[in-house]
Ligand binder design. Structure first.
Ligand code: A3P
Length: 428
């Protein structure tokens, strides 16, 4: 009772009224054997507000469709609205709240208290590492090599998105936190509750969960959403020359039989923005945008840095990773504090046939072979034409310059391909 009074008389309940122009309460009138607690609470609360503030409280009359009583405060608009239109009015005031933003139930005592007890075990699978992309920079190889560390656990495979979860985009976000975390639950998980698992100190036995979804990088909503649910996650970003990335993406779409990509040469796709709208068509425009926009690295990276401190963001030189993955992996696992650190020089082997590094597989009888990524990773296609390269270098130059500035500002080394481009520009 003391706590209830404190909440009403200047505490939390009072403050909700004070700070929210619209309040809708579900009072559970008949709870607790009709103890009239709600009536008592709200009478006392309104008396307190009326006697101690100059706020004007108004009831919103019930709408015909609902028996609920809604309370609106401030503005003539709000005073005569029913609960549904009051909700609309609220969302007009706070359009960002149309879509909920999920936070981590495991670090919120109250959320944890109302979460079904059998869900608590999900606290042990909250991801601590996000590989956010962008697509076609080598994220699958990075993910596959990282997973060789026994401490790392990933999401279950899905038929639709394979190893990716893609939760922080629009596709699955409204399915909620339980859906997200359940994607990481593996058979045989101990499910030990760690109420503050996001900050938990790691020991050798504690698995570390990893979400790799290469579409997050350039999704404008992903950084804010990810940072609210996983504020202490490390964000890993892989960057190759954006011109190469665009070309690889175009080849990927052709390989998947995309009609527009298959009907246009790369040069035609790049030049399609100069065609009259009628000849280009919205599908071509959309394809061109999807091909080129993820390469505006500085713009996307800045957004991640709005929501994550620089020390949690790790930028990897994807071109260097392609050529020398072992030193890159050795360094990365130290940055991620994975235990035990592996020596990737002994675990990866260059495969001439594939043209890439692969996992070294040692058979029982001691024979060695290379376990390479599938056909869709490391495709063979003709090199990009000089004209397309020149076009893309020009297009991406201002973005690359901005990226160099951004990385320097946050104290990160420039990827070699960017460093070279900068030196070349200085020399001209
Ligand atoms: P290409 O198939 O165009 O060569 P992602 O996994 O992010 O979709 O990236 C795919 C790209 O990863 C491939 O693009 C390839 O260049 C690159 N890559 C880097 N290291 C690789 C490896 N060890 N095996 C296969 N592909 C690798």
């Amino acid at each position: 009772m003391k706590r209830l009074h404190a909440s009403i008389l200047g505490g939390e309940l009072f403050n909700t009224i004070l700070h929210n122009p619209v309040n809708i309460y579900m009072t559970h009138m008949s709870n607790y054997a009709n103890d009239r607690l709600a009536l008592y609470t709200f009478n006392l609360l309104f008396d307190f507000v009326q006697n101690n503030t100059n706020l004007q409280l108004r009831y919103a009359p019930s709408s015909p469709a609902s028996g609920d009583l809604a309370l609106g405060y401030t503005g003539q608009n709000a005073s005569h609205l029913g609960p549904n239109s009051l909700a609309d009015y609220y969302l007009e005031l706070y359009p960002d709240e149309r879509v909920p933003i999920w936070t981590n139930p495991c670090t919120d005592r109250r959320h944890l208290a109302i979460w079904a007890p059998d869900k608590h075990k999900l606290c042990s699978v909250v991801p601590k590492i996000l590989i956010v992309g962008p697509q076609k920079t080598g994220t699958t190889a990075l993910y596959t090599f990282l997973k060789m560390n026994p401490q790392l656990r990933s999401s279950q495979m899905s038929k639709e998105d394979f190893e990716e979860v893609q939760f922080f985009g629009d596709k699955h976000y409204l399915k909620g936190v339980d859906w997200y975390l359940e994607r990481f639950q593996q058979e045989g998980d101990t499910g030990l509750l760690s109420a503050h698992s996001d900050n938990a100190t790691r020991d050798h036995t504690e698995p570390v969960y990893l979400d790799k979804s290469a579409t997050y990088f350039d999704d404008p909503k992903a950084p804010a959403r990810a940072s609210r649910l996983l504020p202490s996650a490390r964000v890993v970003i892989m960057l190759i020359d954006p011109a190469d990335r665009a070309y690889s993406w175009y080849q990927h779409m052709r390989a998947h039989g995309h009609l527009v990509a298959s009907s246009l040469s790369f040069e035609q796709l790049l030049a399609s923005n100069e065609l009259p709208i009628r000849s280009a068509g919205p599908e071509t425009t959309s394809l061109r945008n999807r091909c080129l926009e993820p390469g505006y690295y500085a713009q996307h990276l800045s957004r991640w840095l709005e929501f994550y401190p620089p020390h949690q963001v790790i930028v990897i030189d994807g071109q260097w990773f392609k050529l020398q993955p072992a030193p890159v992996m050795n360094k990365l696992q130290l940055m991620l504090r994975l235990e035990p650190p592996l020596d990737y020089r002994k675990l990866l082997v260059y495969n001439k046939h594939k043209g890439f590094y692969c996992q070294l597989k040692v058979e029982r009888d001691g024979r060695k072979s290379a376990n390479c990524l599938g056909k869709s990773k490391g495709r063979r296609y003709s090199p990009m034409s000089k004209a397309a390269r020149a076009y893309l270098n020009k297009l991406y130059w201002p973005h690359n310059k901005q990226l160099a500035r951004l990385l320097t500002n946050i104290g990160q080394a420039l990827p070699a391909w960017l460093d070279e481009a900068m030196s070349l520009a200085r020399a001209l």
